[in-house]
Every structure is written in structure tokens, then in C-alpha cells.
Write a protein that binds this ligand. Structure first.
Ligand code: LMR
Length: 328
């Protein structure tokens, strides 16, 4: 398939989706940045789309735009407040202009596993975080899982000192900037769509992401290997504008939010499996995956953990304590 044919095919798909919306239906555009297939967010968004289009036919019509084809994560929330897009699921790292509460999820080594994250998100404190952006016009609807982050660069990373002086792409989060500063690296905030090119051209030396993102966007192709650090979590908040939600009839809103909740439960249960599959695919593609010994990992923890103190005011010591109690 040629590049032109791919573009034609892509625009045909988008037009076909638009054309399938009937007059009078509420159009729900859902923009996201990851792959549509083999990916926790991509699959969840597609499942939501097909269920809404089937079960709410005649009332509402959803169009999903994956792979940053409509907006990247740095623009989508502003576009949502303008009414140009109705749903999105940016990673929790990308909300800091709207709330500082989600910073707890970016603190390195805060959660030992996706299961621990899940338990925290379902606690009263976690659920209350969905409402933390209402005064800024956004309503959090559901947490969606991706998985634990791994670290990679254009050279092997075994100890934090290996990262010293290297440039790392991070998401737009000051916690992640501080985490990279803590290991003597040079962090650079950058949109997800630009990461592959930046790694390839040496604009940055390394990155951190989940297996599904590393495989889905082929970062492994332009890195020396991947170090399995599991040092942080990358999860999402499905979000809509308060105004748009208020504009819906109560029964329409209830049906949509019920479908969203069911999709969330079904797909969150599969997120870890998808990341394991993506890890296997990275290995099968010939990339070297490096595991850390217990001692080596402890050195990363020691280097990164001082970051907690910088942000404990934003996230609340009681939330840190609750997260640690879940890990225990
Ligand atoms: C990233 O920017 O690395 C991720 O937030 C992308 C995503 O949505 O998983």
C-alpha cells in the first residue's frame, strides 16, 4: 500500500464514519493519540464506539479518531472546552493545567502494579478525583488502564548513572520532569506523535512508556533496548466537558455513561495482558529487554524517590499514605 493510498484509505474511513451519522443524532467525537489496535485505549475506544452506535442508534453517533488524527493530547482539552470534540482519554500526566491531584500517579515507584493503581482509583479518594476539574469545565468519567512504564535510550540503562546527561522525552508533566532531573538526565516535554521522529533523529536520546506504546509506535526500533523498570504508571482519564454533559437529556447521558462504565470494566481487565503481549512482540522483533536485579532496581528507587517530597503538597500526604498501604 502506498503512502497516498494509505492517506486516501484513512480519510475514507473518517468520512465513512462521519457519513454514518444520521441527521438529528448527537455526534460524539472521541479523539486520542495511540494506536487503535493491540492497545488498551485503542480497543476500549473502538468498543465504546461500536456499542454506542449500535445501542444508541438514532440518538447518538460516535466517531473515534485515533493516532492523533484529530488532536494531540496537548490540544484536545482546549478543543473540548470549545465544543470541538466531546470525549478524550489523555493520560493522567496531561491534566496538570486542570488539576494537580493526578500528580500522585506520576510519582515514581508510587504504585507497585496496575492492580494497586486500580484499588487506589476505586477508593473514595480516587473516585473523588474525577470531580477535581469541574471548576475548570471538565468532568472526569472513568479511569482507563494502560500499564507500567519502562525506560529506554540509545544506550543500555542498568543504573541511574547510565542516564546521566541523556535527553529524555517526557509527557507534559512537571513530576516527570523532576523525575528525570533526579537521575541527572535532561527532560524534554513533547507530544506523543513526535516521539518516534525525535528518537530517530537524536533530538532526544531516550523515553519512558508502556509496552503497548513502545510496540504500537515502534520506539524500540530507534532505541538500544528497553529496561524493564516498571517505575511508574501510565493510565488515562476519560473526560468530557461539564457543559456538554449538561446539554444532554438525562436518559441519553445515563445510557452513554452506563455503556462507558461497562466498557471500562471489560477493557481494564485486559490491559495488563495486552502489555504482556506487546512486550513479547518487542522481544520477537529483536529488541533487547533488560531486567534489573533487585539491587539494581533499589538504586533506581533511591535515586527517583526524593521527588515525592517536592510534590507531597499537591497530592496530599494522606493520598501517598493510602497508596503505600495498598502496596503493602
Ligand atoms: C504519551 O504521551 O506517552 C502517552 O500519554 C500516550 C498515550 O496516550 O498512551
Amino acid at each position: 500500500i502506498t503512502a497516498t493510498a494509505a492517506i486516501v484509505a484513512a480519510s475514507f474511513t473518517a468520512n465513512a464514519a462521519a457519513a454514518s451519522c444520521e441527521e438529528g443524532e448527537i455526534v460524539i467525537k472521541f479523539a486520542h493519540v495511540t494506536a487503535a489496535v493491540n492497545h488498551p485505549k485503542g480497543i476500549a475506544a473502538s468498543l465504546l464506539e461500536s456499542r454506542v452506535n449500535e445501542e444508541m442508534n438514532g440518538v447518538a453517533c460516535m466517531e473515534v479518531y485515533p493516532n492523533s488524527t484529530l488532536y494531540d493530547d496537548n490540544k484536545v482539552l482546549e478543543a473540548m472546552l470549545q465544543g470541538d470534540v466531546q470525549l478524550a482519554a489523555p493520560s493522567l500526566s496531561k491534566f496538570e493545567k486542570f488539576t494537580k491531584q493526578y500528580r500522585i500517579f506520576d510519582l515514581p515507584f508510587m504504585f507497585k502494579s496496575v492492580a494497586a493503581v486500580d484499588e487506589f482509583q476505586f477508593s473514595d479518594a480516587g473516585q473523588a478525583m474525577k470531580d477535581s476539574m469541574q471548576n475548570r469545565g471538565l468532568q472526569g468519567l472513568q479511569f482507563w488502564h494502560n500499564g507500567m512504564k519502562q525506560l529506554s535510550a540509545n544506550k543500555p540503562l542498568i543504573l541511574p548513572t547510565d542516564a546521566e546527561g541523556l535527553k529524555f522525552r517526557v509527557q507534559s508533566s512537571d513530576v516527570l520532569v523532576a523525575q528525570m532531573d533526579a537521575i541527572g538526565a535532561s527532560p524534554q516535554k513533547m507530544a506523543f506523535a513526535e516521539v518516534y521522529g525525535a528518537l530517530q533523529q537524536g533530538v532526544v536520546d531516550g523515553q519512558e512508556n508502556t509496552w503497548t506504546n513502545i510496540f504500537g509506535k515502534k520506539f524500540f526500533e530507534v532505541q538500544d533496548g528497553i529496561t524493564e523498570t516498571n517505575h511508574g504508571i501510565l493510565d488515562y482519564m476519560v473526560v468530557a466537558s461539564v457543559d456538554w454533559l449538561d446539554s444532554l437529556d438525562a436518559d441519553v447521558r445515563d445510557q452513554l455513561l452506563t455503556i462507558l462504565e461497562e466498557v471500562t470494566i471489560t477493557r481494564n481487565a485486559e490491559a495488563t495482558m495486552l502489555n504482556e503481549e506487546a512486550k513479547a512482540s518487542v522481544i520477537a522483533a529483536g529488541s533487547e529487554v533488560r531486567e534489573l536485579t533487585v539491587e539494581q532496581r533499589a538504586i533506581w528507587v533511591e535515586a527517583m524517590k526524593p521527588v515525592w517530597e517536592q510534590f507531597s503538597g499537591d497530592v496530599g500526604q494522606e493520598n501517598i499514605d493510602a497508596a503505600q498501604a495498598i502496596n503493602a
